[in-house]
Write a protein that binds this ligand. Structure first.
Ligand code: F0G
Length: 458
């Protein structure tokens, strides 16, 4: 087979800055072992997130120039609305400045004490917005999704029996929404199958629970369905996306992912009454309903990005580039989530660093080592991000201790990725020198963003 190439050429470049290992050791110490606190110029390859970090196309930049900045009724809003509706077929489209703003509005209205939101896996901001409202979030990931090294085609699926059980236990009336995160970011960027979406919808329908999609990576998920699910090979990605959204009553979206935008998001839904409540809150928190916290130029960039992302040459290259890095690591014996996800490579830090107990945050320790070894910034998705304390202040760990290397869209070339693999393998070969970490200072919510840590020295 021929090499799958980047389906674009490069018109504008930005320099990246080199540092020495000694400099990075000092930088990490000054940042309290939390790479969120590092100056981005001190990072060589930034795999912290695929969010807002995409390279926009020349068409999107042209859209930026076309953006109309009218406070109300901007034509850019109508272009944006049409692009969203062509994918979702949902009548109500509400722009927000990013995904979590859509979540904040939705859960402020539907959340509150005594309410439960069920999901395959809620992303951290989604869970935080649910909990901030006083409600509880319940993750019901299928069993295959909980074992990083065992491959399965749709490890993002929801456990249908568990869903039925939770509904029976908590009562359908106390469950305002069921949310499917596609792809499942916190569970390895793994896709959800169309069959699973259909089954979840059926259970929701029987219980009168609306189904919402957290649609950040809908195109990547659709492409996995095309590749892996029987009957979908002949369908276009747009047709597959249309079918996914046809089962949903609404969605939240961060346009910073599968819309190649640097900022933006939206809420879309069928329910007019709920949409009116959302718009009323939007006006207080984000802005008038035809711009919702965005500039007209952003709305144009998102509309164009939503169409570009469904290009199958792009998706083939995108999915292949994640698989390429995953395979290199697998060949070297590095424990990674398999199969490769849609937007990131996930290292199993518990396996990688068996000498570091979970209470010393092996994921965060590995994040630090990748930075000092090669200037690579990654993020822990484990007990630092999702851990809780019991009444005795003892850590209740997360399901998995993962380190995510998220690949920004259309940004890095194959040699950057080869370099990343070399650094990870070097760190793996010297892994027993890595030490665990303990927390010095933390916030009560989303603590991973601002936490301060120090190495454990016994
Ligand atoms: N839902 C999912 C599945 C996400 O991955 C994110 C963001 C959000 C919602 C919130 O969107 O950032 O626009 O407010 N994920 C980023 C990440 C931050 O790095 O995975 P946002």
């Amino acid at each position: 087979m021929q090499t799958i190439i980047e389906p674009f050429r490069i018109k504008s470049v930005e320099p990246i800055w080199f540092t020495t290992k000694e400099q990075r050791i000092s930088t990490l110490e000054k940042a309290f072992y939390n790479p969120f606190l590092i100056h981005a110029d001190d990072v060589l390859i930034d795999l912290l997130t695929d969010s807002g970090t995409s390279a926009m196309s020349s068409n999107q930049w042209a859209g930026v120039m076309k953006g109309d900045e009218s406070y109300a009724g901007s034509p850019s809003y109508y272009t944006f609305k049409k692009a969203v509706q062509d994918i979702t077929h949902m009548p109500e489209v509400i722009p927000t400045h990013q995904g979590r703003a859509a979540e904040k509005i939705l859960f402020s209205i539907l959340g509150g004490k005594g309410k439960y939101f069920v999901s395959n896996t809620l992303f951290d901001t989604t869970r935080a917005n649910i909990e901030f409202s006083g409600a509880e979030g319940i993750d019901l990931l299928c069993d295959e999704g909980k074992h990083p090294s065992i491959p399965a085609p749709f490890k993002g699926n929801m456990d249908i029996d568990a869903l039925k059980k939770v509904i029976a236990e908590k009562g359908a009336a106390n469950i305002p929404l069921c949310i499917l995160t596609i792809t499942n970011n916190s569970g390895g960027g793994q896709p959800v199958s169309m069959k699973n979406i259909r089954e979840v919808k059926q259970v929701c329908k029987e219980n009168n629970i609306p189904l919402f999609i957290d649609a950040c990576r809908f195109a990547e998920n659709s492409y996995f369905i095309k590749l892996r699910e029987e009957g979908y090979a002949i369908k276009s990605v747009r047709e597959i996306a249309n079918e996914i959204f046809s089962y949903a009553d609404g969605c939240t979206m961060s346009a910073k992912k599968d819309a190649f935008a640097n900022i933006g998001g939206f809420l879309a839904m069928n329910d007019k009454e709920l949409a009116t409540k959302c718009r009323n809150l939007l006006i207080i928190t984000e802005g008038f309903p035809t711009y919702g916290g965005l500039a007209g130029r952003d709305l144009e960039a998102i509309a164009i990005g939503l169409n570009e992302v469904m290009d199958e040459h792009y998706l083939q290259y995108r999915i292949r580039s994640i698989e390429y890095l995953t395979n290199k690591l697998v060949d070297a014996g590095v424990p990674v989530m398999q199969p490769a996800g849609g937007h990131a490579v996930y290292i199993d830090a518990k396996e990688f660093l068996p000498h570091i107990p979970v209470k010393q945050y092996p994921g965060q320790a590995l994040v630090g080592a990748l930075y000092t070894e090669g200037g690579i910034r990654s993020v822990e998705i484990g007990s630092l991000m999702f851990g809780k304390y019991d009444d005795n202040k003892k850590l209740i760990p997360a399901h998995m201790e993962l380190v995510r290397l998220a690949i920004p869209r259309r940004v890095y070339t194959q040699s950057h990725i080869d370099y990343v693999a070399e650094v990870i393998i070097e760190v793996f070969n010297n892994r027993y020198n890595i030490k665990g970490l303990s927390i010095i200072e933390e916030a009560s919510m989303l603590r991973h963003f601002t936490v301060k840590l120090k190495p454990v020295t016994e």
